[in-house]
Design a protein around this ligand. Sequence first.
Ligand code: C5P
Length: 236
Amino acid sequence: MQDQLIVALDFPTEAKAKETVLALGETVGYYKVGLELFLNSGGRIIEFLQEKRKKIFLDLKFHDIPNTTAQAARWAASLGIDMFNVHASGGSEMMKKAVEIVQESCLQEGTKQPLLIGVTILTSFDETGAAQVGFKNDIQTTALNLAVLAHQAGLNGVVCSPHEVVVIKEKCGQDFLTVCPGIRPAWAQSGDQKRIMTPKEAIAAGVDYMVIGRPITQAQNLKEAALKVIAEIGGK
Ligand code: C5P
């Protein structure tokens, strides 16, 4: 199963998300669940995906004091998911504590350890917005600094633009994972995504996981769209 492709389940109802997963069948093995779907399904979507033997990236972007984040991280790990994330701007202590508690609790419970990924700087920020909240450097530099901080804190990788992968891997090592939205097959509309790459370009750039939503979930034929992406990244 090709698991570099993570399909984003950005849906307002649990029913619509389930319908999409069922329509994609065996073609897609990894899904991203964000705040909208996690909340509107009361968390039940996790169980559904696990029943269907799917991998799960729980995209809840924790950002709180170290103790609160660590406890949330413990519960996330206890769900048996495969990947989740915290904001790197929550700081080094917060990230380290999350890593520690995930390692400890998974060891204790004998459960698999999910990948812990950092969110650097949201792409919705422009230079003005970033300056307003107190970031002193330009966005690129801030994002790279936060990736380095996440790496030093022991996280497994970061969410980033496919255009940042090369420089992040140069600074943090080839094993530091990059999880990238902003991927658009040549045949799909870019929508509100700017600075995009095609799946083929993304793989060549060293992207480890690509998060793709609408080009697949809003396609006329979901399976066909997913298969085209998978063929492009050289999977089966
Ligand atoms: O539909 P689309 O392929 O644009 O979906 C991309 C997914 O990745 C969405 O769930 C979006 O929230 C998420 N995302 C993003 N850009 C970021 C971080 C996350 O598009 N910088």
